[in-house]
Ligand binder design. Sequence first.
Ligand SMILES: Cc1ncc(COP(=O)(O)O)c(C=O)c1O
Length: 436
Amino acid sequence: MIQNSDPSTLTATPATDLDEPIPTVGSGKLFNGFFDPGQERNFRKDQLVDGRARRVFDLMGRACEAGVYPFQLPLETRQGPWVRAEGRELLMLSSYDYLGLIGDPRIDEAAIEGIRKYGTGSGGARLLTGTLDLHKQMERDLANFKGTPEVLTFSSGYLANLAVIAGLFSAQDRVVMDSLCHRSVVDACKMAGVQVQRFKHNDMDSLRQEIASGPPANRTLIISDGVFSMDGDICPLADLVQIKKETNTFLMIDDSHAMGVLGKGGHGVDELFGIPTNEIDIWTGSFAKAVPSNGGWVAGSQQLLIFLQHAASPFIFSAALSPSSVAVVREAIRIMSTEPERYARLQENAVFLRGGLQELGYDTGLSETPIIPVNFENEEHCAFAAAMLRGMGVGVTPILFPAVPLGSARLRLCVTAAHTKDDLQFALDAFKKLRD
Ligand SMILES: Cc1ncc(COP(=O)(O)O)c(C=O)c1O
């Protein structure tokens, strides 16, 4: 049953006669025969696509041949607990729409109102011509919600991490990051040219050792995700704060998957543990998870954010968020501040699905949030499992190397507050059939 969707969006009517049907994904037709058997491929080291591509292409070739290529499924409806893809209804169990706000009429209306008043584009970068009063209002709303002096926003969460790390740090400094930090943090450190050390995931002894053993550095920044996006576990925030104080270092938390998810008021990992927000030097996050929009944010002191406005490349050299995206963020924050029952429902759903999967004998790893990995050692088994579940009407994303280390492939499930118990039971029945 498709819920939370405007029925008009569910009719698969082509917009014009010229529209070609989108090819089926699992068969690999998306690549116009590129993976058909018998195709010769050359990966010489002087070629544009060199030897590093061989493994990717081998894996994709096998997946396409077997009809189980698992990515880029074009949805024919809006995101929600039920979607349509390839002409079939599918229970969506891997979307970041944690609070079920995509498709909420108040959110849609805010976007439309944003366009009515300001049009569709921002017309430039934030520092130059792209700042609207709406951006400033959104930043004030978020600062109030998160409880920090100031907030600055960017056109994605990826760019927010890049902005703050590359804007503040360079080769004389070092970053000591959790080994499971998000890729945007890793890429940002490369761009900054900062010295990087990694500590074992959520292991505070390892963090202490890394801090004690590193190269000379002017400043040291510890970085952790609040909630880890591939494993669904939570950082030990109190310990991180304690260590940062003892070692005279700084602490940055990427709260992308925690804001709108953790704490009774959805404020994030600090609320969950009752730790004052200002104990953390830098907060970052995304507006494409619980907040159903696009964009990213950095929160911290006024001094930090005034500096970033004049030193962070994504603020200066990339277009500002569009008015409709900004209007959506404002409305989402209003809803998140007034409807705390959504957080409780989200947690209940996570407990129900995780418990059900564990009863069926699945390994859900470290999960303690609505992100629930179902672990497979073998990458191909994982891709096949995703294809079989899709065949049974359940859409889940397989996460394969290099997104996770070899041997730790998993289906990454995300429950939302919009899933009903019947939806989750439908998923558990499919997982039972898969197991059997
Ligand atoms: C922990 C974390 N940080 C940052 C990002 C990037 O956010 P965005 O999609 O807004 O660029 C993601 C995206 O999945 C994430 O999981």
